[in-house]
Ligand binder design. Structure first.
Ligand SMILES: [Zn+2]
Length: 246
């Protein structure tokens, strides 16, 4: 199953991709990770991408598509992937379709996580990053403990200087202007499903699994034993709407 996750920074794509990867047994492919890995290994494409990444510029489509191609050709990705951070443009979306056609596959569904702008600004303004391992924490009132250290590696947490509400708002605006054509492209193609990202993490995952189930992309039986929550939601969808919690 080839799934594209769309959504602005702060919408929870990474979190959902991790949860879904576990439940569906297909890898989560984040283009950010592909770039980092290729640069670290100094592959041909990594060396081509490096100067753009260092300057903080968008990596050209051919390089990005090349990296995704390498990933899709790996055996673990042949059954499907959850794409996070790709495609970003209509050009890249066309590249992806061409690539999948070559492999005898196609995009099955595009999930767009929607979260109101004010909530995104709130989330992004509360982000703390670990200096050592890059883990990101969502914190209401400062670092988690007096020491302000990372739960994973005890590294120091800091707030990115560009995570102020004004800068965040501008970044989001740029994001929406850039990706609107992509959203229209996938909507016209009939792949797009809107997911309400403004709810608890588990509730978002359940809504996604219901969407996959509705399109017959998952067999509810295959989810048995993976997650009680998935089973409940898939069964619940057939009977009656789930009762809101809390
Ligand atoms: Zn850390």
């Amino acid at each position: 199953m080839f799934v594209v996750l769309l959504g602005p920074p702060g919408a929870g794509k990474g979190t959902q991709a991790q949860a879904l990867s576990k439940q569906l047994g297909i890898p989560h492919v984040a283009t950010g990770d592909l770039f980092r890995e290729a640069v670290a290994n100094q592959t041909r494409l990594g060396r081509l991408a490096q100067p753009y990444l260092e300057r903080g510029e968008l990596v050209p489509d051919e390089i990005t598509i090349g990296l995704v191609r390498e990933q899709l050709e790996r055996s673990a990705s042949r059954r499907g992937v959850l794409l996070d951070g790709f495609p970003r443009t209509v050009e890249q979306a066309r590249g992806l379709s061409a690539l999948l056609t070559e492999l005898g596959k196609r995009v099955n569904i595009v999930l767009r996580l929607s979260v109101p702008s004010d909530e995104l600004v709130r989330r992004l303004s509360q982000r703390w990053t670990c200096r050592q391992c890059g883990a990101v924490y969502q914190l209401r009132a400062g670092p988690p403990d007096a020491a302000g250290t990372c739960g994973a590696c005890r590294g120091e947490l800091y707030q990115r200087t560009d995570d102020t509400p004004e800068v965040v708002r501008r970044r989001l605006q740029v994001y929406f202007e850039r990706t609107d054509p992509l959203v229209s492209f996938y909507r016209q193609a009939g792949f797009l499903v809107d997911i309400n990202g403004d709810q608890e993490v588990n509730a978002v995952t359940d809504e996604i699994l219901r969407a996959l189930n509705q399109r017959r992309l998952v067999n509810p039986m295959t989810l048995d034993g993976h997650s009680g929550s998935a089973k409940r939601s898939l069964g619940g969808a057939a009977r009656k709407p789930a009762t809101p919690r809390g």
